[in-house]
Design a protein. Structure first.
Length: 343
């Protein structure tokens, strides 16, 4: 399933519909509304541009994205088809982008047969790893396991990268089919790393294969070559080996960058391991100010753990109630809540 990256998608523009390179006022106002996540206004502006015959292919595409973000999937699919029909000059990158969105909209609307048809058309016109991967994901969702496997094999041959193999592994992992995904990790382990990003992704491969030592070696190399992505995972490996000194060093190195929240969470875990609970709470508070959803979930859960360690069960229960309201599917929290209710 292709994830909608709204801002990046909106900023991708082409002159395709016979309107030249001039920006229409309606189209620009629609783009501004999209960036503000005001999809009702955006749809109105883009539909106005369509009615005026301005930048038809782009305007229909933008209407489709706005409908996608509004969860109106059938309307989105129709808009993407209109975009394809309006293309006077075939631009492969634009056409492929619209078709990916169309397939996603159809799938979200429950029309997986037509979504597969779009992927089949893409395979004929511009087959590549992304097309095979996306179709394989849809086959996996439909429980057509042989077809999914065939497409994932093609995807990993067309795109011989760690990232592709990791993405395939994640799809199998999410479907509770880890053993099927492991074979793609093993394929990835045979790729020779060339730079810091490769060493980071190789470290991820070994981490998911549960070969902690090889993962540590690859991530240390990535770290030495300047990868900041590697730091959080490397710190967690040191924590799993009860080497809190090395873990703390790595997490401190990650402070101030894109992984600020994860680094603060890691430092909190180091403090918890060492019994420094007040310091752990300070790191958690610092992390929450910079946290996205996943980091926020981790930080809030560890905040509960700290209060349990401090034997402040009343506060732990209060925090747990709020946590489960925000993250009701967190299995660790559900189990921990059962323990808390007995205190």
């Amino acid at each position: 399933m292709r994830k909608v990256l709204l801002l990046a998608a909106c900023l991708l523009t082409f002159s395709l519909s016979g309107c030249g390179k001039e920006q229409s006022e309606l189209y620009d106002k629609g783009m501004e509304a999209m960036e503000q996540q005001d999809y009702v206004t955006a749809i109105g502006m883009f539909q106005g541009a369509v009615e005026a015959g301005e930048r038809l292919a782009e305007s229909y595409r933008a209407v489709g994205i706005a409908y996608l973000e509004s969860s109106e999937y059938e309307k989105a699919a129709e808009a993407f088809q209109n975009s394809r029909d309006a293309m006077e000059h075939k631009h492969e990158a634009f056409q492929k982008d619209v078709m990916f969105y169309q397939a996603q909209a159809l799938q979200l609307a429950g029309n997986t047969d037509d979504a597969l048809s779009v992927y089949d058309q893409m395979e004929e016109e511009f087959p590549d790893g992304d097309v095979y991967f996306s179709r394989g994901c849809l086959y996996l969702k439909r429980k057509e396991y042989d077809n999914a496997r065939a497409d994932f094999e093609k995807a990993s041959e067309e795109d011989r990268s760690y990232r592709m193999c990791l993405n395939i592994y994640q799809m199998y992992q999410d479907s509770s089919m880890k053993a099927d995904g492991d074979s793609f990790l093993e394929k990835a382990a045979g790729i020779s790393p060339r730079d810091a990003e490769d060493y980071y992704e190789l470290g991820c491969v070994y981490y998911y294969l549960e070969d902690t030592e090889k993962a540590r070696e690859a991530l240390e190399t990535a770290r030495e070559e300047g990868s900041t992505e590697a730091l959080s995972m490397l710190g967690n490996i040191y924590l799993s080996q009860n080497d809190t000194a090395s873990a703390r060093e790595v997490f401190e190195q990650a402070l101030g960058g894109d992984q600020e929240a994860a680094a603060q969470n890691g430092l909190a875990l180091c403090d918890i391991a060492e019994g420094s609970y007040d310091s752990a709470l300070e790191h958690i508070e610092s992390g929450l100010s910079a946290a996205g959803e996943q980091d926020r979930e981790n930080l809030l859960y560890n905040q509960i753990v700290v209060y349990e360690k401090k034997l402040d069960f009343a506060q732990a229960k209060t925090l747990m109630a709020a946590f489960l309201e925000e993250f009701p599917d967190n299995e660790d929290a559900i189990r921990e809540n059962q323990f808390l209710q007995s205190r």
